[in-house]
Design a protein around this ligand. Structure first.
Ligand code: C2O
Ligand code: CU
Ligand code: CU
Length: 494
């Protein structure tokens, strides 16, 4: 049928397109190393075990952001951010999520493939003082996922205050894969964010019209809640779990000395083979696991280029205030001196080619401000909701936009005509078939739940988890200001 024909034509185009997807680091080959840094904070690890209850307390806190001056924040069983929860594949987990905030919230498991009634989206409201006790069976392959609030219209502000944490799905098989897995030693969580601070060091979240249009970006970069930290790592192979938990900034990562690193996993788990790269764009909501070789004992600095999204706009990129111009410092690694044994080869997972024949529908989603005219509606409506849309319609919790068949696959064509949008789905994962007519680079070739769209992307989405029409899954832009303003839709899986 026409889906197949059309795709074949597009793929033919893709194959002639040659170069890899991704944004070159350009001048990012050297960067000034700051004089000192605080140690990289390693979030507390909670080993979630079947039959035990993990309590996550969403609460207010006070955090120093590296300055020592405590300012009001929020966190999940912590003053800022949350613990890292590690779950074993196959286990059924019990959570007690307590809302100690003074406003309603939810806690969404971003990247966990679970039924919608425990997904934690806008329909799973937790009132102030109440708790929510979902039972979650982890059936998916090992992956780095995360959790954050998702109350409609208030997600951006809550996440910005610090409500976010990482959840790792493991299966005990990493030694055979040649992968490090000693948490906090050679398996490090890096939660990447940016922030604006007021003159008293307080979090300054007051989005103006430009912030609502482009997404709210800060001029200070943070890793695990502090600027420019230092991690001591063993001389050898180190695994880094990258999570972009910023509201809107794309990170464009690389090392100051230009060293290559291996991408071993994307949002949905291991790639078929490691992808060697020197730079990697990580969009809001996206996760990658990388392996960096510190065998030579040399120190390294992780840097990011200016957000490609802001190139050509007059938005602050942070370049003015962070040393190194466009090469913005994120953190440094100091490698131990003990030479390590020879590294075993990496053995990741078999990854079948996307099965196009399985697709039963083709749908198109166009991400834009309402009416298509950038800013037109905002001029009149300010920070009101409903200025962003998908297919011309702003989010409505009482409207079901799409119904998919449980166990089926569909091709979703996502179009971003005016600016880049990181598109995300709950409860379903996809393979990228093409992004602007090109096949995905190896690093983006695995299962994913976020894709940065700057033009047109075609995804093969598999619907494996149920969602009743009364409690649907979400699809949305992961620029949180766009999501809150209505660039979100709902789908049932029945
Ligand atoms: Cu990170 Cu709708 O989610
Ligand atoms: Cu999600
Ligand atoms: Cu967007």
């Amino acid at each position: 049928m026409s889906i197949t024909n059309s795709l074949t034509r597009r793929q033919a185009l893709a194959l002639s397109g040659a170069t890899a997807v991704g944004i070159a680091l350009g001048g990012l080959s050297r960067s000034a190393v700051a004089a000192n840094g605080s140690p990289l904070p390693i979030p507390r690890l909670i080993e979630a075990r079947a039959g035990q209850t993990v309590t996550l307390s969403m609460r207010k806190g006070r955090h120093g952001f590296g300055t020592g001056r405590l300012v009001p924040t929020a966190g999940i069983s912590a003053d800022y951010l949350g613990p890292v929860v590690r779950a074993q594949r196959g286990d059924t987990l019990r959570f007690q999520v307590e809302n100690h905030l003074d406003e309603a919230t939810t806690l969404h498991w971003h990247g966990l493939m679970i039924p919608s009634d425990v997904d934690g989206g806008p329909h799973n409201t937790i009132r102030p003082g109440a708790s929510w006790t979902p039972e979650i069976t982890v059936t998916q392959l090992p992956a780095t996922t995360w959790f954050h609030p998702h109350p409609h219209g208030n997600t951006a502000r809550q996440v910005y205050q610090g409500l976010a944490g990482m959840l790792i799905v493991a299966d005990g098989g990493d030694p055979e894969r040649g992968l490090p897995s000693t948490y906090g030693v050679d398996d490090l969580p890096l939660i990447l964010q940016d922030k604006r601070f007021g003159s008293g060091g307080e979090i300054d979240y007051r989005p103006g019209m430009m912030d609502l249009m482009h997404g709210f970006q800060g001029d200070r970069l943070l890793v695990n809640g502090v600027p420019d930290p230092l991690a001591d790592v063993p001389a050898g192979r180190v695994r880094v779990r990258l999570l972009n938990a910023a509201n809107a900034r794309n990170f464009n990562l690389g090392f100051a000395d230009g060293r290559p690193f291996q991408v071993i996993a994307g949002d949905g788990g291991y790639l078929g083979e490691a992808a060697e790269v020197r730079s990697l764009v990580v969009a809001p909501g996206e996760r990658y696991e990388i392996v960096v070789d510190f065998s030579d004992g040399r120190a390294a600095q992780l840097i990011t280029g200016a957000d490609p999204h802001l190139a050509g706009t007059d938005m602050p990129t942070g370049a003015e205030t962070i040393p190194g111009g466009e090469r913005l410092a994120l953190m440094r690694f100091r490698a131990g001196s003990k030479p390590s044994a020879t590294l075993p080869p990496l053995r990741l997972e078999r990854l079948a080619a996307p099965n196009l024949a399985a697709a039963v529908a083709w749908r198109t989603f166009v991400l834009d401000p309402v009416m298509g005219g950038m800013g037109m509606n905002m001029m009149g409506r300010g920070a009101d909701h409903g200025t962003m849309s998908i297919n011309g319609r702003s989010f409505d919790m009482n409207r079901l936009d799409v119904t998919a068949r449980l166990g089926s696959s569909e091709i979703w064509e996502v179009v971003a005509p005016e600016m880049m949008h990181p598109f995300h789905l709950h409860g379903a994962s996809f393979r990228i078939l093409a992004n602007n007519g090109r096949r995905p680079a190896l690093a983006q070739s695995g299962w994913k739940d976020v894709v940065l769209v700057d033009g047109r992307a075609e995804l093969l989405v598999r619907f494996d988890k149920p969602a009743k029409p009364a409690q649907p899954f979400m699809y949305h832009c992961h620029i949180l200001e766009h999501e809150d303003q209505g660039m979100m839709g709902q789908f049932a899986v029945v």
